[in-house]
Design a protein around this ligand. Sequence first.
Ligand SMILES: [Zn+2]
Length: 57
Amino acid sequence: MWTLKVYSCETHINHALDVFVAKEETFPIMEKLDEEKMLSTKCEYCDTPASYIVANA
Ligand SMILES: [Zn+2]
């Protein structure tokens, strides 16, 4: 089960991964969101629709 999830756009994906690694001290899994979810979810770091989800496995 995922305990930490971060949504991110293309621009902030590297930042999201860095933050995640710093917090969790483990490398996260990263998945591209399907289109339906992309439209309803915003990036954690800006107002762009999110393209990725970063989460611990
Ligand atoms: Zn962003």
